[in-house]
Design a protein around this ligand. Structure first.
Ligand SMILES: [Zn+2]
Length: 89
């Protein structure tokens, strides 16, 4: 069973602690993650994390593509040798 998050009652509003910005915010500020469960991060923090993750992901994809279209690059040769070795096993 999941441990229930600590909630705070401030001005009649249920508030929870954001694990990122460490601020206590009303639950409306958090994205819902299941019926009785709230995300660990408030919306601004979750958005920032999403963006950071996405740009990292795209950066990696771009990098991967760059390598793939560079014929004769040492990385490509290494990769091919690796594949040949793997196939030979
Ligand atoms: Zn936050």
């Amino acid at each position: 069973m999941r441990k229930k998050r600590d909630t705070f009652l401030i001005n009649g509003k249920t508030c929870i602690h954001c694990m990122d910005c460490k601020q206590i915010k009303p639950i409306e500020e958090f994205g819902k993650n299941g019926p009785s469960w709230f995300q660990a991060y408030c919306k601004p923090c979750a958005n920032a994390r999403n963006k950071a993750y996405q740009s990292k992901y795209y950066e990696r994809q771009k990098h991967k593509n760059t390598k793939a279209v560079m014929p004769g690059s040492p990385e490509l040769e290494l990769f091919i040798n690796m594949m040949i070795k793997e196939l030979a096993l």
